[in-house]
Design a protein around this ligand. Structure first.
Ligand code: FE
Length: 300
């Protein structure tokens, strides 16, 4: 009953770099700081979508998932509790900070924190892109974009995310190098993907989608100005048909900037297995070979 990826939070020592990277490269809008100097970015009229909290290391903090309303949130929390998920209700301060009406949170089997919410605040006609853009970000009923986590055990992860949480499988990419599962919760081909990475848990990337191809092209033109490296070259994915690049951020995880992603119809969708991630492109750069693939931590 989760309906959208609503927001994402990380911690990082390089919070202030986001004040130029966010608007100048991505085209996001910088909003007033959150508590303790957290940088907040908006991608549309929702008050904020991305939070970078000051911290001593790059760290994934939380993914916020939106439900339709309070009735759905309560029913879903009850259902997860019955399945043994340890759920905590957020207090008024936390709800105020996230700008949601209500919030309940839990961690996955490896400690990745997920927040279930409804009633996120929006300010109509407030969004102004941080740089020249021909279109907007694709959000609305497809949510913020998608997140990709590395998990040590795909079977266990699928049991939790699909069987318990109810993420619906879109497809898999399986070959000698990849074992990745993609899940939808709305029309976006995937709001969540899980990549098997034995012995580790991590936050690999956040995907943001532009309505207009020129805004992706412009981002490529602006990479150098923002000391940003390409991790995977421009390419097109086999499963969600997204044309995209993968780039570094000031905080170790990557951002995939895309255009033209597939919209799925859950009523007729049948999951496939692909043997490769891309029709063309998405070549790993030399930078990609020397850096960790995201915020990646060994399991203790
Ligand atoms: Fe992606």
């Amino acid at each position: 009953m989760i309906q959208e990826l609503s927001y994402v939070g990380v911690a990082s020592p390089h919070v202030d770099n986001w004040r130029s990277y966010g608007p100048g490269l991505l085209g996001a809008m910088v909003k007033p700081d959150g508590p303790a100097g957290a940088v907040r970015l908006a991608l549309d009229d929702i008050n904020h979508r991305i939070s970078i909290h000051p911290g001593t290391a790059d760290e994934f903090r939380y993914a916020g998932w939106g439900l339709a309303n309070e009735t759905d949130l309560r029913a879903y929390v009850e259902q997860l509790t019955e399945r043994g998920v340890d759920i905590h209700w957020g207090d008024a301060d936390l709800c105020r900070e996230r700008e949601v009406a209500e919030l309940a949170w839990f961690c996955d089997p490896w400690g990745l924190r997920h927040e279930l919410t409804w009633g996120k605040a929006a300010t109509p006609n407030s969004f102004q892109p941080g740089r020249v853009m021909r279109g907007r970000f694709v959000t609305g009923d497809q949510g913020l974009g998608h997140v990709v986590f590395q998990v040590p055990d795909m079977n266990k992860a699928n049991e939790f995310y699909a069987d318990v949480l109810g993420f619906r499988l879109s497809d898999r990419i399986v070959n000698g190098y990849f074992n990745v599962r993609f899940y939808h919760i709305n029309g976006r081909h995937h709001s969540l993907a899980l990549a098997e990475f034995p012995g580790h848990v991590g936050f690999n990337h956040l995907m943001l989608e532009y309505e207009n191809m020129d805004d992706l092209g412009r981002a490529i033109d602006l990479l150098e100005r923002h000391d940003t490296e390409i991790m995977q070259s421009l390419g097109r994915h086999t499963n969600d048909l997204m044309t995209s690049i993968y780039i570094t951020t000031p905080s170790s995880f990557q951002i995939e900037l895309g255009h033209g992603g597939l919209v799925v119809d859950d009523l007729s969708w049948v999951a496939r297995t692909y043997n490769k991630p891309s029709y063309w492109g998405h070549r790993f750069s030399s930078a990609a070979r020397t850096r960790a693939p995201g915020i990646l931590n060994p399991i203790e």
